[in-house]
Design a binder for this molecule. Structure first.
Ligand code: ATP
Length: 313
């Protein structure tokens, strides 16, 4: 019987974790907590530090400084106790190429006393995986589905997925991956996954941490992050040659008379700031996570407009 964490105890708790490779700071995270039943999405551009953070959660890297606790334990010192409660899909989908799919399922099953054979078979059918196919001959998408099946079939308390969408076509992503992630959470289990796809994070997760340069630059409930940001279109009395600088605007794009601001200030505050420059709000819309990410991280994913972490919840 798996030992369940107390409800108030985070499933994952990261505190002052820092990791360098040479001079490169790969991860520098002050605090990150993932609670039971949450779907927690980790988003960031290439090299943002997502995989390095996930490797610490899996105990594949030991914290150089700071601490990582999973179910209250250090995964690097206590891998057996931690890993048996986790289902993991690694970024490189490392599986033995010489095995057939059915052999791989039997082999993996031997390591998990909680393996649910019927569930594994239903996932295999749903993913349309040929049991007699050799792993080395699987397509990228089939490899991702096989890895996902292996991560899911012992119904782990914590599912850790590194870029699960990579290689999956949009239909499989939306109709299978997102549905599976939601159903795992509905059963009170926890999902921690990384993705480049902000629309996927927006649909599938209830919590998000945006990473850039190894740091968490924005973290909170997806709903609250969306509610606290807006996309405003501003029109000015005279054309502006430079983007107007308004407090609360994270990103300003446009030209001449009309500019669009992604902001995290209230409408009134923006209205009076714009009025001082001879402008008014002509349109207001919801900002997407994509807008917010670009506004905070910049289009190349590394040049931060704001480097400080801003907690939303
Ligand atoms: P991607 O989305 O491209 O997979 P990521 O967000 O997962 O990126 P990481 O793989 O965690 O990013 O890498 C973070 C940084 O640390 C990168 O600059 C990477 O080059 C560096 N890095 C990661 N692992 C190593 C290593 N073993 N040796 C040297 N540098 C490393």
């Amino acid at each position: 019987m798996n030992q369940q964490p107390l409800n108030h105890e985070p499933v994952i708790e990261i505190s002052h974790l820092s990791r360098r490779f040479g001079f490169k700071v790969a991860v520098d995270v002050t605090s990150l907590k993932v609670h039971r039943g949450q779907v927690f999405g980790l988003v960031g551009a290439n090299g943002a530090g997502k995989t390095t953070l996930i490797k610490h959660v899996m105990g594949l890297l030991r914290a150089e400084s700071g601490s990582v606790r999973v179910f209250g334990l250090d995964p690097a010192s206590d891998p057996v106790a931690v890993l048996r409660r986790i289902g993991f899909l690694s970024e490189d989908r490392d599986m033995p190429g010489w095995m057939r799919v059915d052999e791989l399922l039997r082999y993996t099953r031997a390591f998990h006393r909680d393996w649910d054979k019927d569930y594994a078979e239903s996932l295999r059918e749903r993913f349309q995986l040929d049991p007699s196919a050799r792993v080395k001959n699987l397509s990228r998408g089939e490899l991702a589905k096989t890895g996902l099946l292996l991560a899911l079939a012992h119904r782990p308390e914590l599912l850790v997925l590194d870029e699960p969408s990579s290689g999956l076509d949009p239909v499989v992503r939306r109709e299978m991956l997102e549905a599976i992630i939601r159903s795992v959470a509905d059963e009170g289990r926890t999902v921690f996954f990384s993705s480049h796809l902000l629309d996927e994070i927006e649909r599938a997760s209830d919590h998000v941490a945006m990473m850039a340069g190894g740091r968490v630059i924005l973290e909170g409930r997806v709903e609250e992050i969306l509610e606290s940001h807006h996309r405003l279109t501003l029109r000015f009395a005279a054309p502006l040659s430079e983007p107007p600088i308004l407090a609360g605007a994270l990103l300003m794009t446009g030209a001449g008379l009309e500019w669009t601001a992604i902001c995290n200030a209230g409408r009134q505050e923006m209205e009076s700031a714009a009025a001082k420059l001879g402008g008014r709000i002509v349109e207001e819309a919801a900002a997407s996570l994509d807008d917010i990410f670009l506004a905070r991280v910049g289009s190349n994913g590394s040049s931060l407009r704001r480097s400080e972490k801003q907690e939303v919840s």
